[in-house]
Ligand binder design. Structure first.
Ligand SMILES: [Zn+2]
Length: 51
């Protein structure tokens, strides 16, 4: 499952890699991994956390 913010981060990550901006790429990866909104879906209370 991918949210809109993650899509934007993925785009920015790809752009950062293309331009050689390593620090920005790492930043995007961290944000993608830690994006907090995925644990609380607006509709679908039966979706348990997947480890
Ligand atoms: Zn996200």
């Amino acid at each position: 499952m991918t949210c809109r913010t993650c899509l934007e981060l993925e785009e920015e990550l790809a752009r950062a890699e293309k331009t050689g901006d390593a620090s920005r790429a790492v930043d995007c990866r961290v944000l993608l991994r830690r994006h907090p909104d995925h644990g609380a879906p607006p509709a679908g209370p039966k979706e348990g956390p997947r480890a």
